[in-house]
Design a protein around this ligand. Structure first.
Ligand code: RIB
Ligand code: CA
Length: 303
């Protein structure tokens, strides 16, 4: 499966990128970056740093620095750390971004790999909305869009109503859901059932002394946030769960519904069913232990 991950690395994004590189059925052909956990330049730097560490030379196309119609964004430093990788503050600038901006890269790749390309969006949906605006054929060219985002049947994580990726660009999300490609939504409804605990990270670091140990080290900050703020002994494998849904849909129970997103007021970013809109498949339940096992088995195979 040809995959592009649209990402704001970000600690759980880093885990998802490592998983995608380790997964034998995934041909990761590029990353597109977006603001969110970090500033977009940090997202791009972190993406290139990770790919170098993983030994994969593929394009990183930089995307939106701000939400649609805005020129500001406050990164989630309290969750992912000042540079996006927890306590790690010295992150080398390795290589350079692809010549095309993210939206043009996505449009071009969907055209070249018509019907085959899967895009897994694990940050705000600004690049996806921009690609849809740029090329009316993008939606038809795309094989599938898998989104880490939303909280349809459960509470949010950035407010009680909204999940962070949707909240950070509610306008873009609502635009995507107004005319969606073949789409699967992997929201908090399932990603909070795939918690990764300290013991899981220690096991991973033992089995993968380079990449596994790196992911353990950058995740300490993230685990502390979940413990102190969420009262959870483990962090959500949010983005890895979405990447796993790209190839292992049978591990998920899905329901079909149209969706819309609140774009103002105190319910800003809320994802709610809308029968008037084209359906997307919303993950309602998951074999959480199976996802955690699959993630560990694959990433543990890395050096
Ligand atoms: O709500 C979780 C999502 O927000 C994940 O993609 C995480 O990386 C952050 O971007
Ligand atoms: Ca993310």
């Amino acid at each position: 499966m040809k995959l592009i991950i649209d990402t704001d690395p970000g600690i759980d994004d880093a885990m998802a990128i490592a998983y995608a590189v380790a997964a034998p059925e995934i041909d990761l052909i590029g990353l597109t970056t977006v603001f969110g956990n970090t500033h977009v330049h940090q997202s791009s730097r972190n993406a290139r740093f990770l790919l170098n560490k993983l030994g994969l030379d593929i394009p990183v196309a930089e995307g939106a620095a701000y939400p649609l119609g805005s020129d500001t964004h406050a990164p989630s430093e309290h969750v992912h750390g000042p540079e996006g990788f927890g306590d790690l503050t010295e992150i080398l600038e390795i290589g350079s971004n692809h010549d095309l901006p993210a939206a043009e890269f996505l449009v071009e790749m969907a055209r070249i790999h018509k019907g085959e390309l899967v895009v897994c969006a694990v940050g705000p949906l600004t690049n996806i909305a921009n690609a849809m605006r740029l090329d009316p054929e993008f939606t038809g060219n795309l094989g599938q869009l898998v989104i880490m985002g939303g909280a349809v049947f459960c509470s949010g994580n950035i407010t009680e109503h909204a999940e962070a990726n949707i909240y950070h660009d509610a306008l873009a999300a609502d635009e995507v859901f107004s005319a969606p490609p073949d789409t699967v939504l992997v929201g908090l409804d399932v990603t909070l059932k795939t918690l990764y605990e300290t013991a899981d990270f220690e096991d991973l670091a033992r089995r993968s002394p380079d990449m596994g140990a790196f992911l353990r080290d950058i995740s300490r900050f993230y685990l502390n946030f979940y413990r102190e703020v969420g009262g959870l002994e483990g962090c959500g494998l949010h983005d890895s769960t979405a990447v796993i849904a790209c190839s292992h849909g049978s591990m998920f129970n899905m329901v079909e519904t149209g969706l819309r997103v609140e774009t103002e007021g105190d319910r800003l970013g809320a994802t709610q069913p809308d029968p008037a809109r084209s359906v997307v498949r919303v993950c309602r339940n998951v074999d959480g232990a199976g996802v955690v096992r699959l993630f560990t088995e694959r990433v543990a195979s890395l050096p």
